[in-house]
Write a protein that binds this ligand. Structure first.
Ligand SMILES: CC(C)(COP(=O)(O)OP(=O)(O)OC[C@H]1O[C@@H](n2cnc3c(N)ncnc32)[C@H](O)[C@@H]1OP(=O)(O)O)[C@@H](O)C(=O)NCCC(=O)NCCS
Length: 157
């Protein structure tokens, strides 16, 4: 499939509904967590989107958890636009953003460890990230961290 030259851009508040719908496609199948419009708007500075013909075809977010740790989350590309390099552009843009902010360590939780391994992420243990474990993981709608089936991965910049 040919690579699609989408534009990766900082998200705007007016993108929140489209981001929610894009994430929902995969969250309904249990591949990622749902993101509500209010939560997306609160964290809008975290979100990057890929636009093609002014339509959002992909998104990703870089969320700072502490001074030395950020999380990449909500990485999604519309099914019909996958395998065209959009996910790669979004993940690389998140890593660049982390570098620009001076955050040395990036965490992510995923069902697609093979994909993120391509960017240098290595398998880690969520227990070594108390900011995440005792923060957002403790209120995860999917249940307690002990029952989490996602793979924790870490990238050192
Ligand atoms: C994972 C996802 C973001 C990848 O986006 P994408 O735009 O298709 O990715 P790219 O085009 O940049 O890269 C595709 C390449 O990654 C490979 N790839 C995809 N998933 C993979 C996996 N799980 N393991 C290893 N390689 C994988 C593809 O085979 C392809 O290889 P190629 O470049 O050699 O052809 C996309 O499939 C998606 O939205 N999935 C559903 C949501 C999801 O699971 N998100 C991750 C949650 S953290």
């Amino acid at each position: 499939m040919e690579r699609l030259p989408g534009i990766v851009d900082q998200a705007k508040l007016s993108d929140a509904e489209s981001i929610k719908r894009l994430v929902k496609r995969f969250a309904d199948d249990g591949k990622m967590l749902h993101r509500e419009v209010d939560a997306i708007c609160n964290d809008i500075d975290d979100y990057l989107v890929c636009r093609v013909d002014n339509e959002i075809v992909g998104c990703a977010a870089l969320h700072r958890l502490s001074d030395n740790l950020a999380e990449i989350r909500a990485v999604a590309v519309r099914e019909e636009d996958q395998k065209r390099g959009i996910g790669t552009s979004l993940v690389l843009a998140c890593l660049e953003k982390a570098q620009a902010l001076g955050v040395p360590k990036i965490l992510l939780l995923t069902y697609e460890p093979g994909y993120f391994g391509r960017f240098g992420f290595k398998r880690g243990k969520i227990e070594t990230f108390p900011d995440k474990l005792y923060g957002e993981c403790s209120t995860c709608p999917k249940g307690p961290p002990s029952e989490c089936s996602e793979t924790a991965m870490v990238h050192h910049l």
